[in-house]
Design a protein. Sequence first.
Length: 270
Amino acid sequence: MAKQRFSGKVVWITGASSGIGEALALQLVDEGARVIVSARRAELLEKVKARASRPEDVALLAMDVAQTDLAKTYVEQALAAFGKVDVMVHNAGIGQRSLVSETPLDEDRRIMEVNYFGVVALTKALLPEMKARGGGHFVVVSSVTGYVGTPFRSGYAASKHALHGFFESLRAEGHKENVAVTIVCPGFVDTDIAIKAIERAGGGEVEKTATRAKANAHGISAEQCARVMVDGIAKRSREVYVGGKEIAGIYARRYAPGLLARMLRRIETV
């Protein structure tokens, strides 16, 4: 019998049609939450709802986080589903696999629009309602790359670094109003984000990658990652690190940056 730590809570998850977002939605429903699942493709969200232990407690909201001009509309639709949002999980995002020298600026902008500005727009649109209700909780799915910029991930790393700066400021500002922030930093997780990444190799045309990055294919499962996340969300942890030995990179960045820099130079494949 699953714990019921989220009984009475409403959780909104973006990027919930597969991977970490889907696994998180299913586990939160098991723990008593009512969940709003969002992604661009409604038919995939329908499949997530069908898999839930209580489908009646899953609401669908098809949306594109990059359409920041619609952020207020999306928030209104989310609030209409169950009357409130206690926890907002920013999980939607796109990956990247390309060298700095081969990445056009418009691709960097696209990554920032989805991974950063889309998140910021939804946060700003939802924040007044949370404050009016006496508080809320933002959960931000960053990455180990949010601390450690690695080869072939410049735009992705930049977008995750930006999220840390924004939400650390929001955490400090929102403390007195009971607005909590949890930043989740997964390492290698076996999901489709690498398959869906923007790739540019050898100056070729931009295309979606057809295979997982080797590291991701040998990473933990989305379900394992979601279990750790659920615990962190329940505790309102400041940060949650989840993965394998790659998590050591976060600590190396703090305590042995020179050593880490030398190790990163040896990464030659995507």
